[in-house]
Design a protein around this ligand. Structure first.
Ligand code: ZN
Length: 669
């Protein structure tokens, strides 16, 4: 319980609260046989994977924790006349595992867009579609280099995966191999909401992601993780350094993951000065003003294509965007360069601001999350407007060119929230979407409130009434733990985002209190920064730091579709003692917050821990003697997703007002 919670409760009631749990009421209903407690199945330890010296019982990475490393050197050329990419890369893969590797698995996500791909067949007619004639990746070279020797390995490609069979295995604990791949593909116009191209009046805006062959993760939990890319499931990626050279026609501006290494070759002197000023400026400064778009003076003198070189250290992915149509602006926060790149179609109006506000939104997100949870780990942050509705990559995010006002703030804030999950804390998104989307939705809730206060439109979606309504939707009948590709499409937004996000708000505001929750959540980020946590590592870390066994919470909220219904059944008086008879009428359990109103109209709050439900689904709470109770309400602030509000309040019957049985004061348990 935190100080701020304490302040909201009437102080007088508090001292007695946790001592007042002597089971006088419960004793009356205690089982007379030696049967197990009624709710044993709810409170039993969660059957998590056994801890090890790799992933410990406390949720920390253990002394034997290891992960692989993949460093990339890439040269890529954009050919806009054919909407084509030509790339050439060297992946330096380091096998830190204790295992000898005889094969390598590589992701070829562009094959999602090949007609007949798994994703195209599974997702026909949805936003994860995107297959088109000519789609898919073509490899023109596959070589491996080991100990100075270059070989053409045997490999096979199945859908979005490639397996390379090695003649000479990669030895454990530091063995290295270089993989050289050349490739080409046609950029889809609409790339399953992850990449694509938008036609501005000033030229095409290309957004490039999943654009280079990249390593699958090899880990201690599943070995290789070659799960196909189907659409809903996002990405699980190794960390490494990227050195990327992007060659584009001279009139194009390029923004990317990483820091630009050669500004004197690709920017004008004026633009370099504006960028330097912007880095120290709270106000947004134009690098390319709307009136300058397309003017030859915005590009260095000369002819022929330009190569933009970017370097990114210790990231799990690399994305970029290029266009001759970009308006480009920037500001700074604490040494971090914050930028937006958008075509004029993104500009808003005085009443409905658009992308001209983007950098201000970026600045809020980066500074807010940095101060609240963990410092932004990168030197730059770029928001790009285009065809992609909202998608995150390290240092760069893609948001819809059509987003305006609070919707643009919302999507920008969400995509940059992903910096912390999964860019920094590198979870397996393909299996556990909630570990990034849910944790991020939780972050966004408070960021949104910090920016807009109570005017925030999106807070409606985190109200308990909204959540209950969503829990009852027939399409939302799967647990949060379901793999995202297995979730019903209609359920993804709720089960991967809203429900886990709301669950963490509950955990923070109702179960643990802000102080304990925040300490645990920050510690989770710190422990797993640039690593690969599993769900158990998250659950264990929160329990370890908060000191609370939360098996019931994880089981109920994450592993089940159970509902919550807390009720005040009756209030009785016996020998001057007042008993409040409560019941828990659905499968979920939660602590109880009671508001008691006395005949003199004073009110006080009582908090009962979740342990009151250990032995039965009913509980009688004994109030200190001597005062007449006229009203009792559970969950008075409506923080819990309580199914039936109509049984939340008991009122003392009056001569005129006696209505229903549960509202009388004469019922007995
Ligand atoms: Zn997201």
């Amino acid at each position: 319980m935190s100080q701020s919670h304490r302040a909201r409760w009437h102080a007088g009631a508090l001292a007695a609260l946790f001592l007042a749990l002597a089971p006088s009421g419960a004793g009356a209903q205690a089982p007379t046989t030696s049967l197990p407690p009624a709710n044993h199945d709810v409170f039993a330890p969660l059957p998590l994977p056994a801890p090890s010296t790799i992933r410990t019982a406390s949720g920390k990475p253990g002394p034997d924790y290891w992960q692989q490393r993949a460093d990339y050197r890439i040269k890529v050329t954009l050919e806009p006349e054919a909407h084509r990419i030509r790339g050439s890369e060297v992946i330096t893969y380091t096998n830190n595992s204790p295992d000898t590797l005889t094969e390598l698995w590589i992701q070829l996500e562009q094959n999602l867009f090949r007609p007949g791909s798994r994703g195209a067949l599974v997702n026909a007619g949805t936003r994860w579609r995107g297959a088109f004639e000519g789609g898919g990746i073509e490899l023109t070279r596959v070589e491996v280099v080991q100990r100075g020797k270059t070989r053409q390995p045997r490999y096979f490609i199945d859908d979005t995966r490639m397996r390379i069979d090695l003649e000479e295995p990669v030895p454990p604990r530091g063995g290295k191999i270089d993989i050289r791949i050349d490739w080409t593909f046609i950029i889809p116009e609409y790339g399953a909401d992850r990449l694509g191209r938008f036609k501005s009046v000033d030229g095409w805006v290309y957004e490039l992601a999943q654009w280079y062959p990249r390593m699958y993760v090899y880990d201690d939990v599943d070995g290789w993780n070659p799960m196909p890319y189907i659409g809903q499931g996002e990405f699980y990626l190794e960390y490494g350094d990227f050195d990327v050279e992007i060659t584009v026609p001279r009139e194009f501006i390029v923004v990317a993951t990483g820091e630009l290494q050669n500004p004197e070759q690709v920017l004008t002197a004026e633009q370099r000065q504006r960028l330097a000023r912007a880095r120290r400026s709270a106000e947004t400064i134009h690098i390319i003003h709307p009136d300058e778009v397309g003017k030859p003076g915005t590009r260095p003198a000369g002819s022929g294509p330009l190569t933009w070189r970017f370097r990114a250290v210790n990231v799990r992915d690399f994305a970029w965007a290029a266009s001759p149509a970009f308006i480009w602006d920037a500001a700074g926060w604490d040494g971090i360069l914050l930028m937006s790149a958008y075509p004029r179609e993104g500009l808003g109006t005085a009443e409905r601001p658009g992308w001209e506000k983007s950098t201000e939104y970026v600045r809020h997100s980066i500074s807010y999350y940095s101060q609240k949870w963990y410092r932004y780990p990168y030197p730059v942050a770029i928001n790009v407007a285009g065809v992609v509705a909202g998608m995150e990559y390290p240092m760069i995010v893609f948001c819809s060119v059509n987003a305006r006002d609070q919707a643009l703030f919302g999507v920008t804030d969400h995509e940059f929230g992903h910096t912390w999950f999964p860019m920094l804390v590198g979870n397996d998104e393909r299996r556990y979407a909630w570990m990034d989307e849910g944790l991020n939705t939780f972050l966004n809730h408070y960021s949104n409130l910090a920016y807009y206060g109570q005017d925030a439109q999106r807070t409606r979606a985190t109200s308990s009434d909204y959540i209950v309504n969503q829990m009852l939707q027939p399409t939302h009948d799967q647990p949060i733990m379901t793999f995202p590709d297995h979730l019903r499409r209609e359920g993804l937004g709720f089960l991967a985002y809203r429900k886990p996000g709301f669950g963490l708000i509950l955990l923070r505001e109702v179960v643990l209190g802000e102080e304990r929750f925040d300490a645990a959540f920050k510690e989770y980020i710190r422990r797993w920064a640039n690593k690969h946590p599993q769900p158990a590592d998250f659950f264990r870390t929160i329990e370890d730091v908060s000191g609370e066994d939360l098996s019931w919470f994880w089981r109920g909220w994450f592993y089940s579709t159970d509902l919550l219904d807390q009720a005040v059944d009756s209030v009785t008086t016996r020998d001057g003692q007042t008993l409040i008879h409560l019941s828990n009428r659905e499968g979920l359990v939660m602590p109880v917050i009671l508001e008691v109103e006395y005949a003199d109209r004073t009110r006080e709050r009582h908090r009962l821990p979740v342990e009151i439900w250990f032995h039965a689904d009913t509980y009688a709470y004994e109030l200190p003697a001597g005062r007449e109770v006229v009203r009792v309400t559970v969950d008075p602030d409506r923080k819990l997703p309580d199914l039936r509000r109509e049984n939340d309040t008991w009122r003392k019957a009056t001569a005129v007002g006696a209505r229903a049985g549960r509202e009388t004061s004469t019922a007995t348990p």
